[in-house]
Ligand binder design. Structure first.
Ligand SMILES: Cc1ncc(COP(=O)(O)O)c(C=O)c1O
Length: 395
């Protein structure tokens, strides 16, 4: 293990913890252990605790150790997707008849899982505005609410919830607080240090960082909860392949520098958007006018690389912008080095179209990448300038 005194800063942890040189060969990069099974020196004689790769694999251990350290938590668990991580946490904490509180603008896939999959299993839910603590308290059902699910910033509306305050609300009711930290990444926000009981990641996004892997992770402190999660991870088997673990680990090594650039580029584009006549409302937690700004300042190191905005001219204008950018690639997902643009109502959030979580049709979401910011600005400006509302303003 790396000496904890030496690995104190975030970037040092990201590069070294869980990623020590291979003790046998000296390879400075964690090997991809593709083996599905491991020799036993006599029945039950495991050499390093490994017997079968669904139960455990050295490359996965490296990733799980790394993510736990990045989140300042005790135990990390890696999954084959963010949704697999969410599913494992929910089915570990909840039983049929139990209840979950989730944000009124939760990621659509999380809502779908809780409402339609866990719902069929008998788990009930209430969607509530988590920025309203009184409403959140009122949504909790004493004795049956096991989990308060928080996402901050949310996808795609970038709502900010107060993690420390929500931890108090959840704990007062005997419930756990889980925080989906996908949008912030542990570089910008560490929910366990703010009182959360579990952190959830889609490692597909900023942790992987290169749009080349789908994965998920959980980090917790409580040993009993960790043991129960480990049981379901193995029993249900939604584990990532060793190669996928390695890809996420490689992304993690540059997480800090990437996030700094994502944040700086996003800030510059927010300036452009707020000044553009075709843009109606910019949603970015770093804007002092954003309702969550004071909380974001309190609990985040910076404001992230995700920006959403509405355009004048409704969904037709939003679709036109999405179709006109050339550097911003029209695609789902987020958190990679390349900039992406999308129309949440018909793309990432189509699954909640007819639900209370439906997103505005005129909304456009940007995942701001780490390209040269002047090129990104020129691309976005050109796409916006072509909108009739921009032309009308010029006349
Ligand atoms: C905030 C958030 N949580 C969870 C997920 C699900 O992750 P995955 O696609 O890796 O299953 C996503 C995917 O977009 C997300 O944006």
């Amino acid at each position: 293990m790396v000496d904890e005194q030496l690995a104190d800063g975030f970037e040092t942890i990201a590069i070294h913890v869980g990623q020590e040189p291979d003790p046998r060969t000296g390879a400075v990069v964690v090997p991809i252990h593709l083996a599905s099974t491991f020799i036993q020196d006599g029945v039950g004689g495991l050499r390093d605790g490994y017997e079968y790769s669904r139960s455990g694999n050295p490359t996965r251990t490296a990733l799980e150790t790394s993510i736990a350290a990045l989140e300042a938590g005790a135990v990390g668990l890696a999954f084959s997707s963010g949704m697999a991580a969410t599913d494992t946490l929910c089915r570990t904490v909840c039983r049929p008849g139990d209840h979950v509180v989730l944000p009124a603008d939760a990621y659509g896939g999380t809502y779908r899982l809780i409402a339609r999959v866990l719902g069929d299993w008998g788990v009930e839910h209430t969607s509530v505005d988590l920025t309203d603590l009184a409403a959140t308290r009122a949504a909790i059902r004493p004795g049956s609410t096991r989990l308060v699910w928080c996402e901050t910033p949310t996808n795609p509306l970038l709502t900010i919830a107060d993690i420390a305050a929500l931890a108090g609300v959840a704990h007062d009711a005997g419930a756990l607080l889980a925080v989906d930290n996908t949008f912030a990444s542990p570089y910008l926000q560490q929910p366990l240090l703010l009182g959360a009981d579990a952190v959830v990641h889609s490692t597909t996004k900023y942790l992987g960082g290169h749009s080349d892997v789908v994965g998920g992770a959980l980090v917790v402190n409580d040993a009993d909860l960790a043991g129960r999660l480990r049981f379901l991870q193995n029993a249900a088997g939604a584990v990532p392949s060793p190669f996928d673990c390695w890809l996420v680990l490689r992304g993690i090594r540059t997480l800090g520098v990437r996030m700094d650039r994502h944040c700086a580029n996003a800030r510059a584009l927010v300036d452009l958007l707020t000044a553009h006549p075709a843009v109606d409302l910019v949603r970015y937690p770093g804007l002092p006018g954003h309702p969550g700004y004071p909380v974001a300042v309190k609990q985040m190191r910076d404001f992230g690389g995700m920006v959403s905005f509405t355009v004048r001219g409704g969904s037709a204008a939003a679709l036109a912008v999405c179709g006109r950018t050339r550097l911003f690639t029209l695609a789902e997902s987020l958190g990679g080095v390349e900039s992406l643009i999308e129309h949440p109502a018909t793309m990432t959030h189509a699954s909640v179209a007819d639900s209370p979580l439906a997103v505005p049709a005129e909304l456009v979401r940007l995942s701001v990448g780490i390209e040269s910011v002047d090129d990104l600005a020129a691309d976005l400006r050109a796409a916006l300038d072509e909108l009739p509302s921009a032309a009308a303003d010029r006349e």
